[in-house]
Design a protein around this ligand. Structure first.
Ligand SMILES: Cc1cn([C@H]2C[C@H](O)[C@@H](COP(=O)(O)OP(=O)(O)O[C@H]3O[C@@H](C)C(=O)[C@@H](O)[C@H]3O)O2)c(=O)[nH]c1=O
Length: 152
């Protein structure tokens, strides 16, 4: 597992009305050291958004609807897991919060036949004049992640 990445499994309190679940609390600083921004985005089935990374901000991801294949790749020079790639399947079928530290490239592919929505929290707010948004092509050979679903 890439160093510094954290997973919080959400607890669904189900009853006859539906369910309730906590996402993040102020006594979980390990998950988000500070609040910068909350963002919401939707992607259509099959879309790949990858790879992005940040120099200053940490991300905390949650997919409230749909499902995604999330791919992380450690770019940090001084990390013991530099060069490692990890995959998470998250969303409706696996409701988790995923903490992605700065310097870890991240991206996702929407799985299934319906759009996926993501709500994510960042430790910094977006600066339109100088965004902390770095990009690596989704099929970059240095990561060489195979995004195809394997029928087996
Ligand atoms: C990220 C961001 C974008 N924008 C604007 C810029 C642009 O006009 C439009 C779409 O921006 P992007 O193409 O960068 O959006 P998107 O490709 O959804 O970017 C996001 O993807 C996820 C997977 C991440 O990891 C985030 O860090 C962020 O990079 O929204 C904001 O106004 N605020 C923001 O915080």
């Amino acid at each position: 597992m890439i160093l510094g990445v954290k997973v919080k499994k959400l607890i669904k309190h189900c009853d006859d009305r539906g369910f309730f679940s906590e996402l993040i609390r102020d006594d979980e600083p390990a998950l988000l050291s500070k609040f910068g921004q909350a963002s919401w985005s939707m992607s259509y089935p099959g879309v790949i958004k990858a790879f992005h990374y940040h120099e200053k901000q940490d991300d905390l991801w949650f997919f409230p609807s749909g499902n995604a294949q999330v791919v992380l790749h450690d770019l940090r020079e001084n990390s013991l897991t530099k060069g490692d790639t990890d995959v998470y399947y998250m969303g409706e079928e696996n409701p988790i919060m995923l903490f992605i530290p700065k310097g870890v490239a991240h991206g996702y592919r929407v799985l299934g036949q319906k759009p996926a929505t993501i709500i994510y929290f960042t430790t910094e707010s977006y600066k339109p004049d100088n965004p902390d948004e770095k990009r690596i092509p989704w099929d970059d050979p240095s990561i060489s992640f195979d995004w195809e679903t394997k029928n087996r």
